[in-house]
Ligand binder design. Structure first.
Ligand code: MG
Ligand code: MG
Length: 276
């Protein structure tokens, strides 16, 4: 029998998580390719669904009770869980896309943020780009910490330090990363900031989604009338990056990155190792 906890997956189970990771990565790459002014978030949703289904997978977000879509599309002050709609991407938007694929019983989960060019508002674009860059770098800092960590709290500490070192930002606390495997969300929680407890032991077989959510203002959020979209209370912009990462006997491998995370981890002196 396969275990369903985020902790202690067997080598066979880790190998089974490679495909869902790559299918998730391919869906997000196709969405990134298609993002442009005038494209609706429902159109982006259809693109992601097409990639996942043609790879033999199922969009795992649509398996969440009450949710019908393949992606979450969270724009500007939306932190996470934005619902695809007829809303068109506009110049200057910061767009966060979160997506996951279930393939042969195993899950992938990943997200990115991108800032749409807007020649009329260079200062807005620069501020949002700095937010996106800082959030992405904090994710890689967290993943690098995961490669070396004895306990999971070292990940949150690394994320927090990366963000604190880059300026004035808010780290969302209402949502965290998580274990991932047969379910998209499994134990343990992965905090994006320092916590008192040491957290789970980090050892071969642990697979987690590391996903900092960062704002240019408050960390307080509320849900919109659609019952899904989480926005910042003060209307400040937000960014979100996420990868699913496996620790195995040889090292770590970023399952939702085509290159296993090599490019993102280079500045931290970590080389990802394919799961044998
Ligand atoms: Mg996600
Ligand atoms: Mg997640």
């Amino acid at each position: 029998m396969s275990r369903s906890s985020g902790i202690d997956k067997s080598p066979d189970e880790l190998r089974a998580m490679v495909r869902p990771g790559l299918v998730t990565a391919a869906a997000l790459a196709a969405v990134l390719d298609a993002i442009a002014v005038g494209v609706t978030t429902l159109e982006l949703d259809a693109i992601a669904e097409g990639v996942i289904r043609s790879a033999g997978g199922v969009p795992n977000f649509a398996l969440e009770p009450g949710y019908r879509h393949t992606i979450c599309s969270s724009i500007n002050d939306a932190v996470v869980h934005g619902v695809p709609s007829g809303r068109m991407i506009a110049a200057g938007d910061i767009v966060s896309i979160d997506c996951g694929a279930l393939v042969d019983g195993w899950n992938g989960d990943a997200a990115f943020s991108v800032v749409i060019p807007d020649p009329a508002r260079p200062e807005v674009v620069a501020r949002r780009q700095h937010l996106a860059d800082t959030t992405e770098r904090s994710m890689w800092a967290g993943i690098a910490a995961f490669a070396r960590a004895s306990n999971l709290n070292e990940v949150g500490a690394a994320v927090e330090d990366a963000i604190d070192g880059a300026g004035e930002f808010g780290i969302i606390e209402d949502f965290t990363g998580h274990g991932i495997g047969r379910s998209m969300h499994e134990a343990p929680d992965v905090f994006n900031y320092r916590v008192r407890g040491a957290g789970a032991k980090v050892r071969p077989g642990l697979v987690v989604a590391i996903e900092p959510m960062v704002t240019l203002g408050t960390i307080e959020t509320h849900v919109l009338a659609d019952d899904w979209t989480m926005v910042t209370d003060d209307g400040s912009d937000s960014a979100h990056f996420e990868h699913s990462v496996a620790r195995h006997v040889g090292g770590i491998w970023v399952l939702t990155a085509e290159d296993g995370g090599a490019a993102g981890l280079a500045e931290f002196g970590i080389s990802p190792v394919p799961i044998a």
